[in-house]
Design a protein. Structure first.
Length: 385
C-alpha cells in the first residue's frame, strides 16, 4: 500500500480538507468493518463467538502489534482504555513519598494532573519548566534534572506547539540520577518511527484515536521489565492474574509480564480496532508516513512564514517538531478565521488551542490540501473574502 492509495479508505477527504488529526484521526474503512464485524458477531452469538479461550487471548493481537509499533517485546506491553488511565495507574503504582517530578508548563493536563494529585498527598514537588515564546529550551529541561528528581514526565510531541523533545537525551540525563522517564506518545506514535528500547525510556504510552487512526477507548503502554517487575498495580481485577479464569477470590497474584496492569473487562471491539489500525499503518510503512507528514508540515511552515501578521509557535527545525503546526494571527480573532475556513466550498477542518490555530496533517492529506489551506488563510488575512 502506498499513500496515494489510501484516499478511498477515508471518504470524507473528498469533501472536506481535514487537518485535525491531533484532535481526532479519521478511521479507515477496513478498520471500521473489522470493528463492526466483531460487534455484530458478539451481539448475535455471545459465548459461542467469544468463548473463554478467545476472551483470555483477546488482547494478544494488540500486544503483538503494539510491540512492533513501539519496538519492544510483547511482554512489555499493557493494554488500557486511555492514556489517562494508563498514566494514572502507573503514577500511583510508583508509591512515591518524596522528591521532585519534572514536566513543562505547556503540557496537556493528562500528563501533569496525576502528579499534582499525588503531590497533595505526599511530599512531592511538581516542577514545571517554563516555555519561552511557547518553546521549551532543551537545556532548561536538562538542567532541572537533579539528584532529587524522581520522574520526568512529558509528551514526545507537544499537543499545543508540535515541539518534539529529544527523548534519548532526556533519558540519559535522568538515568544518571536514577530518575524515571515517562513519555506520553499520543501525538507521536503512528507517524514517527519508534524504538523504545533504543530511547531507553521507562514508560511510553500512546492512545488509539489520533495518529493511530483507531476508535476511542484503547491505549497501550510500554513498561520496562525492570519497572513492571518491581511495581504492584494500584488497580487490580480478574485480568491481573497470570491466568484469569482460575477465578480464585482468596489469593491475589499477578501476571509475570506488563499484563499485571490489565485488570478489567473492557470494550474489546476497540482494542481489536487498534490492532487493525496499527497493521494498516505498518502496511503503508511508518517511515513513509513520517516522510509524507513532515513534507506537508515543511510546506505549511514555509508558506505560513510568508504571510504577514502570521506568527508561528511551532519550531522551524524539522528535528524539533512533529506533524503539528500552530500559529496565531495578529489583530484577528482565531475563531473568525476558523469559522470562515469551515464554510468554504470545500471546508477546512482545523483546531483552536489556547487561542491559536493548529493544523495536523496525516496520511489522508496531500500537498494540495496544505496549499488550499494556506491560500484560503492568506486571502482572509489580506481581506480577499
Amino acid at each position: 500500500m502506498v499513500l496515494h492509495e489510501v484516499s478511498e479508505d477515508f471518504p470524507l477527504i473528498s469533501k472536506v480538507n481535514y487537518l485535525s488529526t491531533a484532535s481526532i484521526g479519521l478511521i479507515p474503512i477496513p478498520v471500521i468493518e473489522t470493528v463492526k464485524g466483531f460487534i455484530y458477531e458478539l451481539a448475535q452469538e455471545g459465548t459461542l463467538f467469544l468463548n473463554e479461550d478467545r476472551e483470555y487471548r483477546i488482547y494478544d493481537d494488540l500486544r503483538r502489534e503494539g510491540a512492533k509499533l513501539l519496538g519492544c517485546d510483547e511482554e512489555d506491553i499493557a493494554v488500557f482504555n486511555s492514556v489517562t488511565e494508563a498514566l494514572n495507574c502507573i503514577a500511583w503504582s510508583l508509591e512515591l513519598k518524596e522528591g521532585k517530578i519534572i514536566s513543562t508548563d505547556i503540557e496537556f493536563p493528562t500528563v501533569t494532573y496525576p502528579w499534582l494529585r499525588i503531590a497533595r498527598k505526599e511530599n512531592i514537588k511538581v516542577k514545571f519548566v517554563n516555555a519561552k515564546n511557547w518553546y521549551i529550551p532543551p537545556d532548561d529541561l536538562l538542567n532541572e534534572i537533579d539528584e532529587n528528581t524522581k520522574v520526568v514526565v512529558l509528551s514526545h510531541v507537544e499537543y499545543l506547539t508540535g515541539q518534539r523533545h529529544d527523548i534519548k537525551r532526556i533519558v540519559k540525563r535522568a538515568h544518571e540520577v536514577n530518575a524515571l522517564v515517562i513519555v506520553d506518545g499520543v501525538q507521536a506514535a503512528g507517524y514517527i518511527p519508534l524504538n523504545v528500547k533504543e530511547l531507553n525510556v521507562d514508560v511510553y504510552i500512546t492512545g488509539s484515536y489520533k495518529w493511530l487512526v483507531a476508535p476511542f477507548g484503547a491505549a497501550i503502554a510500554y513498561i520496562s521489565k525492570d519497572l513492571y517487575s518491581r511495581l504492584e498495580p494500584v488497580f487490580v481485577g480478574w485480568r491481573s492474574k497470570e491466568y484469569m479464569w482460575d477465578l480464585n477470590p482468596l489469593e491475589l497474584s499477578y501476571s509475570s509480564t506488563a499484563r499485571k496492569f490489565e485488570y478489567s473487562t473492557s470494550s474489546y471491539s476497540v482494542k481489536i480496532g487498534l490492532a487493525e489500525s496499527i497493521k494498516y499503518l505498518r502496511r503503508i510503512g511508518i517511515e513513509k508516513i513520517y516522510e509524507h507528514n513532515m513534507k506537508l508540515t515543511d510546506i505549511a511552515v514555509e508558506e505560513l512564514n510568508s504571510i504577514k501578521y502570521v506568527n508561528l509557535v511551532t519550531p522551524l527545525n524539522m528535528d524539533e517538531r512533529g506533524s503539528i503546526v500552530t500559529f496565531w494571527v495578529e489583530r484577528i480573532d482565531p475563531f473568525k478565521i476558523v469559522n470562515k475556513l469551515r464554510h468554504l466550498n470545500r471546508p477546512i477542518e482545523l483546531t483552536i488551542r489556547r487561542n491559536m490555530i493548529r493544523i495536523s496533517p496525516h496520511i489522508y492529506n496531500t500537498e494540495e490540501d496544505i496549499l488550499h489551506f494556506v491560500d484560503s488563510l492568506r486571502r482572509f488575512v489580506y481581506g480577499g473574502f
